[in-house]
Write a protein that binds this ligand. Structure first.
Ligand code: 26V
Length: 796
């Protein structure tokens, strides 16, 4: 292979060339930023040939292409990914070393691309990695937000948001494609002309493409992430400018750009904003046009579309792509409505990511009709056609004055999938019960996965090395090979190395936290970590209540034989989600008091790290002993953090929710700390009007912890600060924190006992690694290719 004959001096020259001619700097004056940009460009250059080859092969083979439409792609940093996937680590280290630069320092200069809120966006990023690794011809479509997810900091323990500005520095990974632009419309009227129905939008805007190559493992294949940016059709009004109205002259451009300005930071809360609907149509419609343009360049029979194109809707956010494709086929290309619908149905698939009723997208039909009048009519015709085929049907996409994007997606889609076995079953029993009865083969399950490149190989080099030394490096793109570790787990020397890796990862985290936050964590303690978006259903408040109760118990008996723990939290709360923000503040207040308590601080420390993002997750997960996956059963569709922790040798304390169920099945009951009610028990328990009070009456520890919230223990300067949390838990407690508390406490004491036997703990942790191979997103993508898309790998 060409790579092998390349010398580091060649790469060194390439690096210097970019530093000089791309950045315009010499090595004496270059800043870290300049080095990072030069390095990124030099690495990007090495991707391009693979990228062009893959594109050429895709055209030649004319196989089925997959289009993944997603409002969010939470990709994080890209430089290390690129270096590792191109197998260039040593070359890069050598070249940088030659100039007296350290690779880690340069890598750490890269901002995260945070174009997503949480699980759904990160899953999309893992999928891109797997699609390229597998060699499935695919393209991700999304929005090039100028401002990604807000930055989080704490002031007096409270979350403060500030804008994220990743594009203020040039982004070295993207290629602007000014020639790929589509003009899209909003509003206006529907007219009838020569027997045809046509939409005449009033407001026009352009979508411009920006492409990022996504290189797979060992550079064998590269797909594209195409993100759309809003541009004005008529950017500048010279007339107004000459008349002296400078602001109005540029107004068009400013308005057009707002469409791709911000990522909606609401996670699971229906925002109901006009701009959000515009964003959804903007990127869906641009993507559909791009897909058709590419198809048309190779085919002249539109009926072949379902054979050549599979479109995956990542949740309902791009659901308008269905009616838009239908509109083009019927209104613009003259197919009959029935034929057009059949083609659309053959291409579209929909993934559901949440059962939370407040997150199911619904739009007021007046707003919808004002922005997309023709689409509203088309949705009615979709409903009519569905009704004709199934006169007994009860649900429609448009009803009660609303457009229901879940129902619309289901009716239009060929396959609908859930993201874990439990979630898929619950979908069938709850939100899509009626539709499932009409279409019993439509719903399939594709349990989520995570990319082993980023979430083991790159983020945990120590463990990666140990695994490769033991079983070779085939596991990186065939993760189930981790099974081959099992015999080694009984080997004392091996397990000591395994323990050594975890200890070193913890030490690295201790140093990082000391440097960045000035807090000294005890590396000998168990690292107990809960990192995810803040939400009542995820129950960070259950975790902190247990910590409070535990602290109280240690205080009662400070000379007891306690198992030392460090509790680490990180996660962002939606700006308007006040309860979640109050939980953050509570955790910070508890941390302040507990960490200063001389009687207990050797046994319990609490810390909330600000600004959780992909990069912070990459630091935390390899250092975890215990993974907190404690959602109310039935509420977490899958979870993917749970998989990352298990894969990195943390044990889980968790409920039977989402993919926890499947993780436990695979790692074994003995290697998982289970607690809590099951999904159906949750539903039963909720019918009991006084479930919380009963639970509190039965558990004095819980009552005492709640009292500490009420008596101002954690906020002496403002004693009433947390009364409302205690009241909520006592009088309402929709997420059953109190009802699960006692069993959670029991599980946590079992965790303590297990941690006191380090050999046993290490064995359990290693079994988690060896048995988590199934949770690779490569396996998930193969499932989609086979069950949903009918797509094939183009790698020999
Ligand atoms: C909804 C909305 C509503 C409008 C404003 C913006 C916005 C953003 C996101 C959402 C839905 C979030 C759904 C989500 O992230 N679900 C998570 O998906 C993961 C991947 O499948 C899964 O592992 C998590 O369990 C699930 O919560």
């Amino acid at each position: 292979m060409a790579r092998k004959v390349r010398t580091s001096s060649e790469f060194r020259d390439a690096l210097l060339k970019h530093l000089t001619y791309t950045m315009g700097k010499d090595p004496e004056h270059a800043q870290f930023f300049d080095w990072r940009m030069a390095l990124s460009h030099a690495i990007r250059d090495r991707m391009v040939d693979h990228w062009v080859d893959s594109t050429r092969k895709t055209y030649e083979q004319d196989g089925k292409r997959v289009y993944y439409l997603s409002m969010e792609f939470l990709i994080g940093r890209l430089l290390e990914d690129g270096i590792v996937n191109l197998e260039m680590v040593e070359e890069v280290e050598d070249a940088l070393d030659h100039f007296g630069m350290d690779m880690r320092t340069i890598l750490n200069d890269e901002p995260d691309a945070a174009l997503g809120n949480g699980g759904l966006g990160r899953l999309a990023a893992c999928f891109l990695d797997s699609l390229s690794t597998i060699g499935c011809p695919a393209m991700g479509y999304g929005i090039r937000y100028e401002n990604g997810l807000f930055k989080q900091s704490f002031v007096d323990g409270r979350q403060v948001e500030s804008p994220e500005t990743w594009l203020q520095e040039p982004h070295p990974w993207e290629f602007e494609r000014p020639e790929v632009r589509f003009t899209l419309g909003f509003g206006g009227d529907v007219i009838y002309e020569n027997g045809k129905t046509l939409w005449r939008p009033a407001e026009l805007i352009q979508a411009e493409a920006f492409d990022t190559p996504i290189i797979g493992w060992k550079g064998k294949w590269a797909n594209t992430l195409r993100l759309w940016a809003g541009r004005a059709v008529d950017p500048f009004d010279l007339g107004l400018f000459n008349a002296g109205d400078f602001a109005a002259a540029a107004e068009h451009e400013a308005l057009a750009r707002t469409i791709s300005r911000v990522l909606y930071p609401e996670d699971s809360n229906e925002a109901g904003k006009e701009l959000r609907l515009k964003q959804e149509f903007f990127f869906s419609a641009a993507s559909i046009r791009d897909i058709l343009r590419r198809f048309d360049s190779q085919h002249d029979d539109i009926r072949l579309l379902p054979k050549k194109v599979a479109i995956q809707l990542n949740d309902t956010h791009p659901a308008i792509a269905g009616p838009e494709l239908l509109r083009i086929l019927h209104d613009e290309r003259g197919l009959s409505f029935e034929d057009a619908l059949e083609i659309v149905h053959g291409c579209m698939n929909y993934t559901n990511h949440t059962l939370l009723p407040e997150a199911l997208e619904r739009w007021d039909e007046r707003l919808f009709g004002r922005l997309l009048p023709r689409h509203l009519q088309i949705i009615d015709r979709i409903d009519d056609a569905h009704f004709k085929a199934h006169p007994q049907r009860t649900l429609s996409a448009r009803s009660d004055g609303q457009v229901k994007m879940g129902e619309l997606s289901f009716i239009v889609a060929n396959r609908v999938n859930g993201v874990s076995a439990l979630h898929t079953d619950l979908m069938k029993q709850t939100v899509f019960k009626e539709l499932h009865a009409l279409h019993p083969d439509r719903i399939v399950n594709e349990t989520n996965g995570v990319t082993p490149r980023r979430w083991l190989h790159n983020c945990n080099p120590g463990l990666s090395r140990l695994i490769t030394d033991t079983i070779g490096d085939g596991w990186v793109d065939d993760l189930e090979q981790l099974e081959k570790l099992e015999p080694s787990i009984r080997d004392k020397v091996w397990i000591e190395r395994f323990e050594g890796v975890k200890a070193a990862n913890k030490q690295a985290l201790v140093s990082y936290v000391a440097q960045t936050h000035g807090v000294k964590l005890n590396p000998a303690a168990m690292f107990d970590i809960q990192i995810k978006r803040m939400h009542e259903y995820k129950r960070q408040h259950l975790n902190i209540l247990e910590a409070i109760a535990h602290w109280q118990e240690i205080k009662d008996n400070p000379n007891g034989d306690w198992t030392p723990r460090v509790k680490i939290f990180a996660g962002k709360a939606a700006q308007g989600y006040h309860f979640a923000k109050d939980i953050i503040r509570l955790i910070n207040d508890v941390a302040k008091l507990v960490n200063a308590d001389h009687a207990t601080r050797d046994y319990l420390q609490v810390i909330f790290l600000p600004n959780y993002n992909v990069t912070l997750a990459e630091r935390l997960i390899p250092a975890a002993d215990l993974s907190e996956q404690i959602s109310t059963a039935g509420k977490e569709a899958s979870g993917t953090g749970n998989m990352k922790f298990a894969l990195n040798g943390a044990l889980t304390v968790g409920t039977l929710d989402g993919a926890n169920v499947e993780i436990r099945e695979r790692v074994g009951d003995d290697n998982f700390f289970l607690f809590g009610m099951l999904a159906d028990e949750v539903m039963q328990r909720r019918m009991m009007h006084d479930h919380a009070q009963q639970a509190i009456a039965a558990d004095p520890r819980l009552a005492r912890a709640l009292n500490a919230l009420r008596d101002g223990t954690f906020s002496p300067e403002d004693p009433g600060r947390y009364t409302h949390i205690a009241d909520n838990l006592t009088w309402s407690d929709y997420f059953l924190v109190c009802s699960d508390f006692t069993d959670y406490w029991r599980a946590q004491r079992e965790v303590d006992a297990a941690y006191r036997n380090p050999d046993k703990w290490a064995e359990m942790a290693a079994l988690n690694v060896a048995r988590s191979g199934w949770f690779s997103s490569d396996r998930t993508i193969r499932g989609y290719m086979c069950d949903i898309w009918g797509a094939e790998s183009l790698l020999a």
